[in-house]
Design a protein around this ligand. Structure first.
Ligand code: SAH
Length: 518
């Protein structure tokens, strides 16, 4: 009876009640009607929710996930989100070894999203109350258990107030000599708020499994801390949970622990966490390198995250500030790389639409993964598109936007190709505003680790002085009818200026442009 091998994973949630407080209130809490059998398509297959029993005194909601390995592949092709079929996401899919528990965790979050947040509009107040709960999991993968599979279930759930009954599932009941499988039959009983129970399952099922099916990106720390709010920080197995949830990525584990400690200190001061996030998400000067490696390299310096912020963060903030000045709502991120700026733009409510374009499908796959495009709400997903394209060719998809950003992109082109980009962006796409950033080569002498005469990144074809950049910007502005201002970004040195230079171009006559091109 190996559910996972059959491609099915199963969880049931039961409660008891009385005529005054009927057990069927569970249906309101889960936002799923007890009289219906419902199907949900999740990222990894179809989930069915049904109620084997639904009376005043006893109610059980069952969730059965039929894992569809092909869904992983289809999902990789962008699920029909406009514009993304050209994403080469095969690599994204291959990053996901199959693991039932984390699929179930994701399915729980998809199907019971509101319940997990503790939201219940139809019965206000209900979600705040602990309920008598019984959760049955006939086959939980327990991988590389520390101290024995069934014991680990106890260590994880008992401190949270659950009574745990866990037994190893034999490999084949007809052949006891074969021993136990890596699955345990688990039942949990306790008096908890349903939202807490769901969040604990969301975190602890993958912890038991010891393998996450998706790439463990830095944002997993955010998810862990969000789902762990109110119970994780004081859990006696905090170390084990954090380590296994983050698939033994030590840098992320340390980061999570630091953030938990900070959150305790600051009573979960959101701003502080946000700053740490920024510092860590960033990939200063390594650009298209692996973000995870960058996190590992950087975590040590992030510990207490005092100023100064990494240059990449300062640059992103300067770009966002320049865009805010223009009031842009529809924004192009040209040469978007791994999508850090796209992510920051999506957090800004004024921005209604972001199109990220890059020539590199690897960078776009990484961006899709980091942005969690596959798990974004429809509303959020409708604001963003990632497309592959080359900036040295005109592209009709880029017309009609309020602003375009070229962040650390121009220096990746061979100088003779630059006029082609200028025409494609300023001449053809013609957004109302353009923000361009590029290194200031004069500042390179201040980088202690940079050998004299070297550019900052092996793929930089050129780096300009302040005079060269200003000269270029003014020439482009004049040629295409824009007005430009140039400003420094990063620590300003009296002699050599700031490490990054930013040009903000604004179209001289947007009104007449609009009527001419639309
Ligand atoms: N804008 C990001 C990434 C900068 S790295 C940031 O600020 O961090 C430069 C990016 O430009 C790379 O992702 C590279 O693939 C992309 N790029 C370089 N030449 C390009 C071209 N001709 N067309 C489109 N993208 C290009």
């Amino acid at each position: 009876m190996d559910w996972a091998i059959l491609g099915r994973v199963f969880i049931s949630i039961s409660t008891t009640g009385t005529a005054e407080r009927p057990a069927t209130d569970l249906g309101f809490l889960l936002h799923k009607h007890p009289a219906k059998v419902q199907r949900f398509s999740t990222a990894h297959g179809v989930a069915h929710v049904f109620y084997p029993e639904a009376t005043d005194t006893a109610c059980t909601a069952a969730l059965l996930l039929e894992v569809d390995p092909l869904a992983l592949v289809r999902q990789g092709r962008g699920k029909g989100r406009g514009g993304s079929p050209d994403l080469a996401l095969a690599q994204y899919v291959n990053d996901r070894p199959y693991a039932a528990s984390s699929l179930l965790a994701v399915a729980l979050r998809t199907v019971y999203r509101s319940a997990m947040k503790g939201v219940c509009e139809q019965r206000p107040g209900l979600a705040e109350h602990p309920l008598p709960l019984r959760i049955e999991l006939p086959a939980v993968p327990v991988g590389g258990a520390e101290g024995g599979a069934t014991a680990m279930v106890g260590r994880l759930f008992e401190p949270l107030g659950w009574s745990v009954d866990a037994a190893a599932v034999p490999l084949d009941s007809a052949f006891p000599a074969w021993g136990d499988s890596r699955y345990a039959k688990v039942s949990l009983t306790g008096e908890l708020r349903l939202a807490d129970a769901l969040q604990q399952l969301y975190v602890l099922l993958p912890v038991l499994d010891g393998a996450k099916h998706y790439w463990v990106a830095p944002d997993e720390v955010d998810k862990l801390l969000a789902a762990g709010q109110g119970w994780l920080a004081d859990h006696p197995e905090l170390d084990l949970i954090t380590r296994r949830y983050l698939s033994r990525r030590w840098s992320l584990t340390r980061l999570a622990m630091e953030r938990l400690a900070l959150a305790r200190l600051a009573e979960s001061d959101d701003r502080e966490a946000e700053e740490l996030d920024n510092a860590v998400d960033d990939v200063p000067e390594t650009e298209t390198g692996s973000a995870v490696e960058a996190v590992q390299a950087e975590t040590a310096t992030v510990a207490v995250a005092e100023k100064p912020q990494p240059l990449a963060v300062q640059r992103r903030e300067a770009i966002l500030a320049a865009l805010a000045e223009t009031g842009a709502a529809r924004v192009l991120d040209l040469g978007c790389g791994q999508g850090e700026l796209v992510g920051a733009l999506l957090k800004d409510a004024r921005v209604t639409e972001v199109l990220g374009l890059d020539v590199s499908s690897r960078a776009l796959s990484a961006a899709a993964r980091k942005l969690r495009l596959d798990r974004m709400s429809e509303r959020q997903a409708s604001r963003v598109r990632l497309v592959q394209g080359a900036l040295t060719y005109t592209d009709a998809r880029l017309k009609g936007y309020d602003a375009a950003v070229l962040s650390e992109v121009i220096e990746h082109l061979d100088l003779p190709r630059l006029p082609a980009l200028e025409f494609a962006v300023f001449g053809s796409a013609r957004p109302t505003a353009v923000v361009v950033t590029t290194p200031n080569v004069e500042y390179n002498v201040r980088w202690e680790t940079l050998p004299a005469g070297h550019v900052r990144h092996s793929d930089h074809r050129f780096e300009w002085t302040r005079a060269e950049f200003t000269g270029w910007a003014e020439q482009v502005a004049g040629k295409y009818g824009y007005t430009v201002t140039v400003r420094p970004v990063g620590p300003l040195d009296a002699e050599v200026g700031a490490p990054t230079q930013l040009a903000l171009f604004r179209l001289d006559n947007p009104a007449s442009e609009g009527s001419a091109t639309r």
